[in-house]
Design a protein around this ligand. Structure first.
Ligand code: AMP
Length: 282
């Protein structure tokens, strides 16, 4: 397993893979790897010849009041998981390497990044788009794998890639959940046993709304009210029904929609969502 610390070294490795005609699959992460990350790495290992995972806890996507300082750092365990899932290289740049003194350039993706998490975390998607653009420039992947867990992030990255003419296929993989339904997240490590039980309100409410959509419910107001009621005991940040592409709120379920929630359970902010596509008429 190669651990690469700088962009020039990363690019040299990737140029060599490309010279050999190998496709490069890339999984960007902030570390504290779990089964959700592993599913992305396995998908890359199935499709791509050369496989890179990045581990970089990106300060640009944390507000000063957020959890950057206490975010779990588990590099040795991450390395073992990366190895077991078929990664060939870990790109783990340093903070000062990524954002040296005087750093001045940011990528802003308008519109799709403005609602939901963008409304409660105003500089978050600018930090995400900037770091992913920088990681893409170092890793030079053919394909990059992202999780539907962060569905709005995925939409932001797809829009950035289209708008900036990046020749990279974005692959979105389904949410990996614990057996009781909780979406896996590095932040679940913060939850006390009692909070973890309370956190199940997110997935339970989403699944109930999914069953309503499957039974034919199309009214956003009805669905959102049901989800809010299911999450009444926790501190809701947002509950939204949005279009699957541009993340604009919708009044009715049509085409592909995302039902997305964010809530604070104890000190921990959690997000979850489900995607639903209205079946084509037979
Ligand atoms: P993070 O380390 O939280 O920045 O996540 C890195 C990548 O893993 C992102 O594309 C996430 O959407 C994805 N990811 C995180 N949790 C899950 C999950 N439970 N299921 C699928 N993908 C996930």
């Amino acid at each position: 397993m190669k651990v690469i610390r700088t962009a020039p070294e990363m690019r040299a490795w990737s140029f060599e893979q490309r010279r050999q005609g190998r496709s490069i699959g890339f999984v960007p992460t902030m570390g504290a790897l779990h089964e959700g990350h592993a599913s992305l790495m396995r998908a890359a290992a199935e499709r791509d010849d050369a496989r890179v995972v990045s581990i970089f806890l990106n300060p640009a996507q944390f507000a000063p009041t957020e959890d950057l300082d206490r975010y779990p750092r588990t590099f040795d365990a991450d390395k073992a998981i990366a190895e077991a899932t078929g990664m060939e290289a870990i790109y783990a740049p340093t903070g000062s390497g990524m954002y040296p003194e005087g750093y001045a350039t940011y990528v802003n993706v308008d519109h799709v990044s403005e609602g939901l998490c963008g409304a409660s975390r105003p500089t978050f998607f600018r930090g995400v788009a900037t770091v992913v653009a920088k990681l893409f420039n170092a890793v030079l992947p053919h394909r990059a794998y992202f999780g539907q867990k962060d569905a709005q992030q995925c939409a932001v990255i797809k829009r950035m890639v289209r708008d900036l003419d990046m020749d990279i296929e974005i692959v979105e993989m389904p949410i990996v959940r614990d057996p009781d339904g909780l979406a896996m997240s590095s932040r679940n490590a913060y939850l006390s046993a009692a909070d973890r039980t309370r956190a199940l309100a997110l997935s339970r409410s989403l699944f109930a709304a999914q069953a309503m959509m499957e039974a034919g419910e199309r009214d956003a107001g009805v669905l959102l009210a049901a989800v809010r009621e299911g999450m009444a005991d926790i501190d809701i940040d947002y509950v939204e029904l949005v279009d699957g592409d541009d993340f604009d709120p919708v009044d009715r379920v049509a085409g592909t929609v995302v039902l997305a929630v964010a809530a604070r359970v104890g000190e921990t902010r959690l997000i979850d969502n489900i995607k639903y596509t209205v079946p084509a008429k037979a």
